[in-house]
Design a protein around this ligand. Structure first.
Ligand SMILES: [Fe+2]
Length: 198
């Protein structure tokens, strides 16, 4: 497992968050870093790649000590989907394995939500951004009915603890806090091999 790739990625995002005031620049440069992270599927530990038959899984891989950002693996069982939901913070979504279909929603003049445009397909290696500034409400599903898909997300907060909303059809928005599927995190910090061989 090439877990050093995840360690390098969280270092890059920490530096970007430290040095970048513009969300546009952060999403652009963070998107390049995420694209590099998902380019080769050889680093995600198995424990954080496990689907559940009941619902999609969200595993926390890392959160910044000041909760300025977090990284998660999203594991979709065959045919699984999210409700229509928001994020309230910036986010980058990159597909590591399989493929996803994402539909964006926008508010109409009378305040109701409407799907804007066609569903878009994200294949392994593709990256997409969300944020309140560029469009924050969407619905996502596994593109496959017969296999698992996995995406890696980075968000501008400890996303599992953020008060967000889902948007059921013909009903008021429903508050939700997503939480995480795991109670322990991958160990990015065992550098003993590198140290012994340097
Ligand atoms: Fe989302």
């Amino acid at each position: 497992m090439a877990i050093h790739k995840l360690r390098r990625f969280v270092g890059e995002i920490a530096e970007l968050v430290d040095s970048t005031a513009s969300e546009t620049a952060l999403l652009e440069q963070g998107g390049l870093a995420l694209r590099e992270l998902i380019r080769v599927d050889d680093w995600l530990p198995e424990a954080y790649a496990q689907p559940s038959p009941d619902r999609y899984q969200q595993f926390l891989l890392y959160t910044d000590v000041r909760q300025r950002f977090s990284v998660v693996s999203f594991v979709w069982g065959p045919g699984q989907r999210t409700p229509v939901h928001d994020h309230t913070v910036w986010g980058l979504i990159g597909v590591l394995r399989g493929a996803e279909l994402a539909a964006s929603y926008e508010r109409t003049a009378d305040g109701t939500l409407r799907q804007s445009g066609e569903e878009i397909r994200l294949d392994a290696g593709d990256v997409e951004a969300v944020s309140p500034a560029i469009g924050d409400i969407h619905r996502v599903r596994n593109a496959y009915d017969d296999r698992v898909s996995i995406s890696i997300h980075v968000y501008g907060a400890n996303i599992g603890a953020v008060r967000r909303s889902t948007y059921p059809p013909d009903a008021p928005p429903k508050p939700f806090v997503s939480g995480y599927s795991n109670t322990t995190l991958p160990n990015l910090w065992d550098l003993s091999k590198e140290v012994r061989h340097s």
